[in-house]
Design a protein around this ligand. Structure first.
Ligand code: 6LW
Length: 514
């Protein structure tokens, strides 16, 4: 046995869905307004995960125009059937109900290319797909209950999928409204067939402190479903806010080639008080079966900091790469557009054309970022730019268009490095220092240590200078709402003015500490 660290995917990797083909596991997670969308990870041992591509990775595949933060792509489900990978997911536009919805994509190779979306006639979120052994396929998902008995009661619906026509057919069935009386948000439903019986797994309680995993089973796929008396079968809601891992839920099951069962699920690790800046991360627990029901983390019922897996196979680990993050690295993301739509690879880094949009606009900003995957981390960028008087070029710690922290270099005669906190339309200067040097080359750094985000500027041949330290507690989703962890990256804006300027991002480094 080999001991594996939990989470298996640190940083903002929520709503994991997993499947196995032969001896290889594949896993996808949600990405909201970030692109490329829905990273696909591969593992042979459940321990080492390699990011092999993205489901949404070409212009025009989905329209992200005006998608607000924490909208966009929610909770995908990944399955393999008949030689194809099948993915169902929801594009959420909180501002415009007429756009988005549930869609299906397929691929022969999970690293891509994936098909264009086939839109499904279904409302709600968190679609899943189940291939029965009689050749029929069923799509299910969750939505607010049509006839709720209590506030925010949701229901899991089911309809058959015609695999040829790729559309939902036949009557709709409501399978589940939650295990506990008063339960809110029956989410992330997934159906499986185990020993001839249908098992429904669904989260409930909402994707915060009260999150939980519940199960129900039936003799026929359309129900009736009987809940387990052990529900919720996995939760940390009883541990309170001081637990190391909180909010565990939204699970998916997989059986290894050796017959062992596992669940991947999301959870959060608070630090510096009840704040989880890394967002909702992907964890792993073993599963066994008793009396025909799954037991999650048998013996403890807890998501633990390490998990024993049968054997580790050497492979590369996502997020373990410390140092220069080259332009071809699959960790790069942009907002509402693909990285290659906002920048051009250039040496070890990028040429980043300045855009009028700021990070506060519901638009495509010139921003290229990386998930903050480690509590303590140094992220540095060497930028070459002679910004115009009104331009801002620098680093951003981003929660959303409403909340972010900037460290930028101003243009004009008297150049300065300025740290700014942006909170819902108001800008607060946290600190500023003059930038003297004759060179346009400058190194900007964010040095996160727990909830302290130190912002530093370094001119060529000089020591780094501290500009300000931002309090990260104000940036996490406990404070701001929404579903996301933090991103750290480079940005450039002409603050609304037309521009043809460009910034050379010579190099970006991501170095975990401690
Ligand atoms: C997702 C829902 C959830 O759609 O959070 O944890 C929502 N559960 O299932 C956004 O990730």
């Amino acid at each position: 046995m080999t001991s594996v660290g939990n989470p298996i995917l640190p940083g903002c990797h929520p709503d994991p869905s997993i499947c196995r083909v032969g001896d290889t596991f594949y896993l996808v997670t949600s990405t909201f307004e970030y692109l490329p969308g829905l990273p696909v990870f591969r593992s042979r041992d459940l321990a080492h995960w390699e990011r092999i591509g993205h489901v949404v990775d070409r212009p025009g595949q989905l329209d992200y125009t005006g998608i607000a933060s924490s909208g966009g792509l929610y909770a995908p489900t990944l399955r393999h059937h008949g030689g194809l990978f099948w993915l169902v997911c929801t594009l959420v536009d909180q501002g415009d109900d007429s756009r988005g919805g549930n869609f299906l994509m397929t691929a022969q190779d999970p690293s891509g290319p994936w098909s264009d979306p086939v839109w499904l006639e279904a409302d709600g979120i968190d679609p899943s797909i189940f291939f029965d052994d009689d050749g029929r396929a069923w799509v299910h998902g969750t939505r607010l209950a049509r006839e709720p008995e209590w506030f925010h009661q949701t229901e899991v619906w089911l309809r058959e999928l015609d695999l040829e026509r790729r559309e939902l057919v036949g009557p709709e069935h409501v399978l589940w409204t939650g295990a506990l009386k008063g339960a809110v948000w029956a989410e992330g439903p997934h159906l499986y067939k185990v020993d001839g019986r249908y098992l429904l797994l669904a989260a409930e309680g909402g994707t915060e402190i009260h999150h939980a995993v519940c199960v129900a089973r039936a003799d026929t796929v359309t129900g009736p479903y009987e809940g387990s008396r052990a529900n919720p079968v996995l939760t940390h809601r009883d541990l309170g806010r001081s637990a190391d891992v909180v909010g565990v839920g939204h699970a998916d099951l997989v059986q290894g080639a050796d017959g062992s069962w596992w669940a991947v699920l999301l959870g959060m690790r608070p630090y510096g008080g009840y704040h989880y800046n890394l967002g909702r991360e992907t964890f792993l627990v073993p599963v066994t079966w008793e009396d025909g029901w799954p037991l999650f983390a048998p013996g403890t019922g807890r998501v633990t900091p390490t998990v024993e897996v049968p054997a580790a196979v050497t492979a590369s680990d996502d997020g373990a790469t410390s140092g220069v993050v080259a332009a071809h690295d699959l960790r790069w993301t942009a907002v509402r557009a693909l990285p290659q739509e906002v920048a051009v690879p250039h040496g070890e880094g990028w040429e980043l054309p300045v855009r009028p949009a700021t990070l506060a606009d519901l638009d495509v900003p010139a921003f290229l970022g990386l998930r903050q995957q480690h509590r303590d981390v140094d992220v540095s960028a060497v930028l070459v730019a002679g910004p115009g008087p009104q331009d801002e070029v620098g680093l951003a710690v981003r929660q959303s268009e409403k909340q972010h922290v900037l460290l930028h270099v101003t243009g004009g005669e008297e150049r300065r490095a300025v740290a700014v906190r942006v909170d819902d339309g108001s800008r607060t200067v946290l600190g500023e220092v003059p930038v003297h040097g004759g060179s346009d080359r400058v190194r900007l750094s964010v040095s996160a240590r727990g909830q302290d985000y130190a912002l530093l500027v370094q001119e060529e041949g000089a020591e780094p200078v501290h500009v300000a330290t931002a309090d990260g507690r104000w940036l996490d989703s406990v404070t701001t709402g929404g579903f996301l962890g933090l991103w750290i990256g480079v940005y450039a804006t002409s603050t609304g003015r037309p521009t043809t300027a460009s910034v050379t991002v010579e190099q970006v480094t991501y170095v975990p500490q401690g």
